[in-house]
Design a binder for this molecule. Structure first.
Ligand code: 5GP
Length: 185
């Protein structure tokens, strides 16, 4: 496992990361989304096994204890993690996994010396981030506040990443990320 670098994309919640990743997957068939496991509640449009593997708190902790995670973190009162078997599944197909994880997850991978190419998607401003988060309408006021607070911290950590890409115009940002990843394929 891990004979190739992992492609890791992080961005504050609402930063347009999902839209960038959707374009990457459409444009480059060698890229495959690494589906994370989480204890967060499923949003109405989300599909188990596609957006996330939705697990109970107990099951997630059982898998932590069994050493099944490459990395995991507690984000906003829930667990999120990348299972080793998910990465192995994608690499066995000869494809490159794209990990959409938080800054803590990236720090964990780095501390384990796992080869990776890390990209931070930077929103144009905190005001714009707040506007996008509200427009999405999936969080209540308290959750929005928490996500904005977390975003401020995540943005302060951006210099730890190999690349920082400004998400001013979605198509331009996605093209920039794709060019970076293709350099490592
Ligand atoms: P959301 O609840 O908006 O889907 O995700 C919240 C945060 O959790 C995002 O920053 C997302 O990147 C992060 N996240 C999702 N999956 C993982 C994972 O497997 N590991 C880590 N460390 N963070 C994750």
């Amino acid at each position: 496992m891990l004979e190739r670098p992992l492609f890791v994309i992080a961005a504050p919640s609402g930063g347009g990361k999902n839209s960038v990743i959707t374009i990457l997957l459409e444009e480059e068939p060698r890229l495959v989304h690494s589906v994370s496991s989480t204890t967060r509640q499923r949003r109405a449009h989300e599909i188990d096994g596609k957006h996330y593997y939705f697990l109970s708190h107990e099951e997630f902790e059982r898998r932590i204890a069994a050493g099944e995670f490459l990395e995991y973190a507690r984000v906003l009162d829930n667990y999120y993690g990348t299972e080793i078997r998910e990465i192995e599944r994608i690499q066995a197909e000869g494809k490159f996994p794209i990990l959409d994880i938080d800054v803590q997850g990236v720090q964990t991978l780095r501390s384990k010396n796992i080869p990776m190419v890390s990209v931070f998607i930077l929103p144009p401003s905190l005001e714009e981030l707040e506007r996008r988060l509200r427009a999405r309408g999936t969080e209540n006021e308290e959750q929005i506040k928490k996500r904005l607070e977390l975003a401020r911290w995540e943005i302060s950590q951006k210099d730890q990443f190999d690349h920082i890409v400004l998400n001013d115009v979605l198509s331009r940002a996605a093209a920039e990320v794709l060019a970076i990843l293709r350099n490592h394929m």
